[in-house]
Design a protein around this ligand. Sequence first.
Ligand code: ADP
Length: 469
Amino acid sequence: MSRLVIVSNRVAVPGQSRSGGLVVALDGALRATGGVWFGWSGKASRDGTRGLNSTSEGNVDYVTMDLTEADVAGYYDGFSNRTLWPALHYRLDLVEYSRETHVAYRQVNAQFAERLAALLRPDDRVWIHDYHLLPLAGELRARGVGNPLALFLHVPFPPSDLARALPNHDSVFGAMSAFDLVGFQTRRDCENFDAYLRDAAEAGEHVSGRRDRRPLTRAFPISIDEGEFARAAARARGSAGLRGLRDSLGGSALAIGVDRLDYSKGLAEKFQAFGEFLRRHPANAGGLTLLQVAPLSRSGVRSYRELRRELEQIAGHINGEHANPQWTPIRYVNRNLGRQTLAGFFSASRLGLVTPLRDGMNLVAKEYVAAQDPDDPGVLLLSRFAGAAEQLGGALLVNPYDIGGVANAIAAALRLDVAERRERHLQSLRSLQEEGIHWWTSSFLQALESRANGDGPAAAARDAPPRRP
Ligand code: ADP
């Protein structure tokens, strides 16, 4: 049986923190065939060494590469997080483009390719993850690698005109054509990418090589291990932490939001919508509390620091306007919680508020559904711009930019009777049960396998003499 090789920016090495359904599912896939998980160690060395570190567990090798501080500044903090992340989330206004970070991104991808090519056996299947590694297939092909190469993009792919606005977009997005298979979260992302390839070709913008071969593109909506999360919620129900939260609320119902502190998550709009709800429904004062858990991320990037300040101001303003001595409308918490605690908090919440302005999938929405008590479930308010909206048919879909509309949806959700809440919950739960994280892994790998046996770029590369970069 062919080995599986997984490549991602960071590697979940045994012995380090490895919670989460994705890590478990990818590890399971690796163990089924034996294989390698390859990526950056997370370490930045000052002296320029780029050592390889290797750990094995059973039939799986975890191989990581150190980067230099300059690599990390250019490739990771720079081009990945300051340029590609906003571009892929439709935020051209926040894109910072510089030639230096673009070059660093290309160079680190070339280093990944150099190291990885030496590890590969001829019949390995290679599964590459996310926006940090978009040019990696091209770099591997340039080194004569003929293995089947697949990419899964965890974030959205924007409409063609936005993608084509990125300077030198062909060397990043056009380079994705060198994969045999490119998986996206939603059909919309898939259509956007197909349109991008077509439009860029028609406009003569594919400058870095032949683009007459197309990767197979398909949507594979990522998911969670619904059963595992439901069990964590059940365990949390009798816990002291949850009792403490309930006691602190007095009689107030809970609305919960859990999002990394990121501009894509629409946190400012969510706070404003909650404030608008309180203004329109003053009788609810004291009756509903929003717990927003938002761990800090990417604090080195200016737009993230500005967002943090903005959120503190808005939360402070709404609390000042509506709080009374017994009740604070918004509890805003910038820390990480344990998975079981989180699952318990979801299950205790009458409302889940998941309102990103744009999100590849949004696993929090799925976790909220999985954590509910099926006999008395809460209601999920979900942005129609989250990938999860394609599957969670029982959610109340909202436009996060429409502050008044979200405020009204909060009021409507509170009015739903138990029969409707059950029906909506069941509808969403079924899709999680049918298409969970293990379905995602196996359907992606099946598609890669059938592509490997077909006539993708892998077949062409096998027949062609290696090019040197
Ligand atoms: P993103 O990958 O953009 O951060 P997702 O919603 O897809 O967004 O995934 C976030 C994951 O991180 C979820 O599994 C969620 O439970 C977890 N998470 C987010 N915030 C916290 C927190 N404060 N404490 C613990 N886990 C968190």
